[in-house]
Design a protein around this ligand. Structure first.
Ligand code: HEM
Length: 376
């Protein structure tokens, strides 16, 4: 991708040399340019909405923006550079920053850097022309990388939607078809129960059938939940209560160390309490099942970072196998012998419906899933 983009803008080693020459000349103006950059965003009501973390976030972004400018002029403009820039692009995608602001924002940088370049008396006319060309090319490259990450995200979303649609149609029709025979089994079991009351062995078998029918019904409900794009019933939700309810709902094996920390610091958000509880129940259940067998431990930790409520659910098990990491949130992907592989897909859908995300991060020992929810 980088090679292709460089070819398109006609990038050469002369551009690299010109940018490196410019670096010490323009560097003293970086703080001012960065201030202008964020002032423009803050002046604009809709663009400002992206800076949900307020003043403290702007303070942090000013530091990272200065580093961004330093790398812009010092390179090396290699694959690692591309990856780093694409990572920043993906951050913008994640906060759903509309693409049109990227053009306007890049133009602010272009104009300020270009003005500063024009003021450099130490450069000859031809040096200035070469430097201006190099500056134009690198900023075009940057914009292209940023826009590319939006496209990547869009394609990934579309592929996921298509997969879910196909999967959904099939799952919904099989689910409905299975509901009827399961209903018949349940009714027959009800009748059988009274007949076998005095036969202990037969009674046990009837109970087992009943349990298994319950599990099968649960799987079907899960499938139908996943494919039915259930609209949110939005209300003011206390996240601490939602998490407490989820913790209360899950089955806790003997000897489990369950730590719940920091959730009372979580703010109220606008959301669907039922769906959020379902998401946390799934995550906590998964963590309990994945926790180490010798001394099982699970942590549920709440924090607030940059205007988002972060809830991490962690365990001390073996962590997620690298072979399924990239498909972890896809439906039907599971490593559990009795799992349906729907739990994490559902968590992701619920988080996304709330404008949030769920991400996996390995721990030194075990797995960590972090749900990030925007604070309205
Ligand atoms: C040319 C345009 C832009 C450049 C070069 C740029 C640069 C950056 C950089 C370097 C970061 C990473 C900070 C880190 O590592 O923590 C970042 C993140 C961010 N940028 Fe931009 N940015 C641009 C446009 C914008 C605009 C127009 C907005 C808002 C209107 C914006 C809002 C944000 C926010 C909110 C984050 C933090 C995301 C997060 O922490 O999840 N950016 N940007």
């Amino acid at each position: 991708m980088l090679t292709e983009l460089k070819r398109y803008v006609d990038w050469s080693t002369a551009d690299e040399a010109a940018l490196r020459t410019l670096y010490p000349l323009l560097k003293p103006r970086f703080p001012e340019i960065v201030t202008i950059f964020y002032d423009r965003i803050l002046e604009h009501e809709e663009a400002r909405a992206a800076l949900v973390g307020g003043e403290s976030q702007v303070g942090h972004l000013k530091v990272t923006m200065t580093q961004w400018l330093e790398a812009l002029f010092s390179g090396p403009w290699d694959d690692a550079y591309y990856e780093q820039r694409a990572r920043i692009g993906r951050m913008h995608v994640r906060i759903a920053l509309p693409q049109h602001y990227m053009f306007a924002a890049m133009n602010v940088l272009r104009r300020e850097l270009d003005t500063t370049l024009s003021e450099q008396a130490s450069l000859s006319g031809s040096e200035r022309t070469t430097a201006r060309t190099a500056l134009g090319r690198i900023l075009d490259l940057e914009l292209a990388i940023m826009l590319h990450t939006y496209r990547e995200d869009l394609l990934a979303q579309r592929a996921r939607a298509e997969r879910l649609a196909t999967f959904g149609q099939m799952a919904a029709s099989i689910g409905h078809e299975l509901r009827n025979p399961l209903g018949v089994i349940e009714t027959s079991l009800f009748l059988l129960r009274s007949r076998v009351q005095n036969d202990e062995r037969a009674n046990r078998q009837v109970e087992r059938i009943g349990q298994q029918v319950g599990i099968a019904s649960g799987i079907i409900t899960g499938l139908l939940e996943l494919v039915r794009d259930k609209p949110l019933t939005k209300e003011e939700v206390r996240l601490d209560q939602v998490i407490e309810n989820a913790v209360a709902l899950v089955q806790k094996p003997l000897g489990l160390n369950l730590h719940v920390e920091g959730i009372d610091t979580l703010p109220r958000i606008l959301g669907d309490a039922g769906q959020l509880r379902q998401a946390f129940t799934n995550l906590i259940e998964n963590a309990i099942q994945a926790a180490a067998t010798d001394a099982p431990a699970v942590w549920v930790v709440g924090t607030v970072v940059d205007g988002r409520a972060l809830i991490s659910v962690e365990d001390n098990g073996a962590g997620v196998d690298a072979s399924i990491l990239s498909r972890l949130f896809e439906p039907l992907i599971t490593t559990k012998s009795s799992g349906t592989g729907l739990g994490l897909s559902l968590v992701q859908r619920i988080a996304e419906r709330h404008g949030g995300t769920v991400e996996y991060a390995p721990r030194e020992r075990g797995a960590r899933f972090v749900v990030a929810l925007p604070i309205a």
